[in-house]
Design a protein. Structure first.
Length: 311
């Protein structure tokens, strides 16, 4: 599997990229920087200056909407083009590589792939809705490919062994180009109570998934952001939006505490498994385990041609 399937990936939350700051990143096996131009729009570019190799995130600063190299003062605009070079008779025609960027739903997203993006990640309404509390933000990294992180959501049998489901999950799978849906129900015991929640997972390419669970006691929207770090490591950032109870909104902190207690420990248990598993191109699957096959057929489209980034 190529390290970086084509698609959109979240590299920052919007509030982590403040105007006037240069943020260092490392994804896709590349040293990167993020900053905001004079118009406030986010830019994500390669980190090393083409002049003499300095890292623009280590001492670089934003000047008039461009990032200035800390070593010799060369400046680069949000499009990566060099806009100034002290003592040069003419501004050098060099540029920082980078990615197309979209910012919405409180996320800074970049696109990996050839040419311009042919599809977009839709806005996530929970991110701006007052009916949901500020998200629980949980970030972890594992020695696993991002595809296998995504396969987790359609692995029917593991819901019993790791998540307390009484029997393997039954899902309805649908795919439409770069988008896919998996729907079902979650039945388990939490704090001695039986819960029965609907389960709807909406997948937007290889890097963004929104899972909505609804029930009488708790409704949660989980935004799963999976991003390759390098050829050995992947990052999963989970944003959990807890819906405020309509009649008892003051219970929201308690609901968040219960959710943290129950859910985050299970994620860490999965993390330990991922860190030590290997990829099986042809796993031995039981007759009811159809989800992994379906997801792999859909996911294959994101590998065509091999991963690149725009210049």
């Amino acid at each position: 599997m190529p390290t970086v399937p084509y698609g959109w990936y979240a590299v920052l939350r919007s509030d982590e990229l403040r105007p006037g700051e240069v943020v260092s990143l490392h994804y896709f096996g590349r040293a990167l920087i993020a900053f905001r131009g004079a118009d406030g729009r986010a830019a994500v570019r390669d980190a090393h200056c083409p002049h003499y190799g300095a890292h623009l995130g280590a001492g670089g600063k934003v000047v008039d909407g461009s990032v200035e190299c800390p070593f010799h003062g060369w400046r680069f605009g949000p499009d990566g083009e060099c806009v100034a070079a002290p003592f040069a008779r003419r501004t050098p025609k060099v540029a920082l590589g980078g990615f197309p960027v979209r910012e919405h739903s409180g996320l800074v997203l970049v696109h990996c792939g050839p040419g311009e993006p042919s599809w977009e990640v839709p806005e996530i309404p929970e991110a701006a809705s007052g009916r949901f509390a500020r998200p629980i933000d949980d970030v972890c990294r594992a020695r696993i490919h991002i595809q296998e992180m995504r396969e987790n959501i359609v692995d029917e049998s593991h819901f019993h062994f790791l998540h307390g489901q009484s029997e393997p999950l039954v899902q309805d799978w649908r795919a439409d180009g770069p988008f896919a849906e998996a729907r079902g129900r979650i039945r388990r015991r939490v704090l001695g109570r039986d819960i029965d929640n609907s389960f709807d997972a909406f997948m937007y390419g290889p890097g963004v998934m929104v899972v909505r669970t609804h029930g009488p006691a708790l409704s949660v929207t989980a935004v799963a952001l999976t991003t390759p770090v390098d050829d050995r490591t992947s990052e999963m950032r989970m944003l959990y939006y807890i819906r405020r109870p309509d009649r008892l909104p003051f219970l929201t902190p308690l609901l968040k505490l219960v959710f943290r207690t129950q859910a985050l420990g299970e994620v860490r248990e999965e993390l330990r498994i991922w860190d030590h598993k290997i990829h099986r191109p042809h796993p031995v699957l039981l007759p009811h385990e159809q989800g992994i096959k379906a997801l792999r057929r859909w996911y294959a489209q994101f590998y065509d041609g091999g991963p690149t980034a725009s210049a």
